[in-house]
Design a binder for this molecule. Structure first.
Ligand code: UDP
Ligand code: MG
Length: 357
């Protein structure tokens, strides 16, 4: 694990890309280095009964080293194991809060619920399975003190992942780079530190289908990266199989790129051009050379090909239409069934209900 580029972080701010420290950073960095921020850790948990009792003690130890005002917001994302019961000893004392969602809403929604309820000056999101090392919290906070509003951890090594997953990640990031105007840093996940201003911006976004990796990049702010090598999952299995990852990638692409729609138009244009050229060639061949008009096989092949292309792109249109339908239904992104435990951070608690935005 290594902190990368701490002295010259990569800023999303184009003004700072020319080199040197952004002028605002001097002011921010000096005010931030003078105060100890309150810290919220947001931990989505789906069937993590075996991992949370290992994570919480080390995470609490780290937080105590960094600040005297902290909270850990665990989002029980409709777990079917004993995750909630396992948390009980920590929920009796101040500091650990659990939001029990009414069912499994998925990691993106669980993260959204955590961000909506976190109260810290600084919010850190991390997984419950100890794949996000808590020792990185200190260097992340150092980067925040130096002026970064968002510090994201980048996986330095993906060799432990399956070849299919790595290939999928490569294709996904290439597509996003080519087809989207926002720049999503490759191999950065949900392990990140965010200043209150970033969290407020994320929480104010009205969309329901949330692709967090894209939204982090979309909101902008001064960002820097820290490299790490994730250890294997402590216990249990990943909730993201090939199907879930494919669906996540599809929602990322449809949320941040119109490339598939443009491809449809481009392919339609090229095929129409080929069809017209072929039609003209057949006519010229018939009238000038007296050649036979090609038979039914050509027609059947042509028909099948064009029907296939049309169906494919009706499917692409359907994907986008489905996303629009999800948005117009205006359903809440998650429902908090119960809120347990109490925070150490001194603020009135947010309302218990789901937050329809
Ligand atoms: N998770 C969640 N809801 C889900 C699936 C996963 O809250 O529906 C949580 C999970 O408990 C973990 C984090 O999201 O804390 C990352 O999940 P996982 O380790 O399965 O993903 P991977 O590390 O394989 O990307
Ligand atoms: Mg994991």
């Amino acid at each position: 694990m290594s902190a990368r580029d701490q002295s010259s972080p990569h800023w999303n701010d184009p003004g700072a890309a020319k080199g040197g420290m952004h002028p605002d950073l001097h002011a921010d960095a000096s005010s931030r280095s003078l105060r100890t921020p309150s810290i919220s850790c947001v931990v989505p948990a789906f069937n993590e009964a075996q991992n949370l009792p290992r994570l919480l003690p080390v995470l609490i130890d780290q937080l105590r080293l960094l600040t005297n005002s902290w909270e850990i917001v665990i989002i029980d994302d409709g777990s079917s194991d004993t995750t909630l019961a396992t948390l009980q000893p920590w929920l009796n004392g101040p500091g650990v809060v659990c939001l029990a969602l009414s069912r499994n809403f998925g990691k993106e929604a669980a993260l959204g619920a955590g961000l909506d309820h976190a109260r810290g000056d600084v919010v850190i999101t991390l997984d419950a399975d100890l794949q996000h090392p808590v020792e990185l919290l200190a260097p992340m906070l150092t980067s925040w003190r130096e002026g970064s509003d968002m510090v994201y951890a980048v996986r330095a090594d993906r060799s432990a992942e399956s070849a299919l997953k790595r290939f999928g990640a490569r294709v996904f990031y290439s597509l996003m780079r080519f087809g989207s105007s926002i720049e999503i840093p490759p191999h950065a996940g949900d392990f990140r530190l965010m200043d209150r201003c970033v969290v407020d911006a994320l929480c104010a976004l009205p969309e329901r289908t949330r692709f967090m990796k894209g939204l982090y990049a979309w909101v902008g702010y001064r960002s820097s990266a820290i490299e790490f090598t994730p250890p294997p999952r402590l216990a249990g299995n990943s909730g993201f199989g090939v199907r879930a990852l494919f669906s996540l990638a599809a929602s990322g692409i449809t949320a941040f790129s119109n490339l598939p729609l443009r491809l449809a138009s481009a392919l339609g244009f090229v095929l129409a051009f080929i069809a017209i050229a072929y039609g003209m060639w057949v006519m010229i061949d018939h009238f000038i050379n007296g050649g036979d008009v090609a038979g039914w096989a050509t027609i059947v092949v042509g028909l099948m090909f064009f029907s296939g292309v049309q169906l494919l792109f009706i499917g692409v249109l359907g994907e986008y239409l489905g996303r629009v339908y999800e948005e117009v239904k205006l359903r809440p992104r998650y429902i908090v069934a119960r809120r347990l435990g109490s925070s150490q951070i001194d603020m009135p608690p947010p309302s218990l209900s789901a937050q329809p935005r």
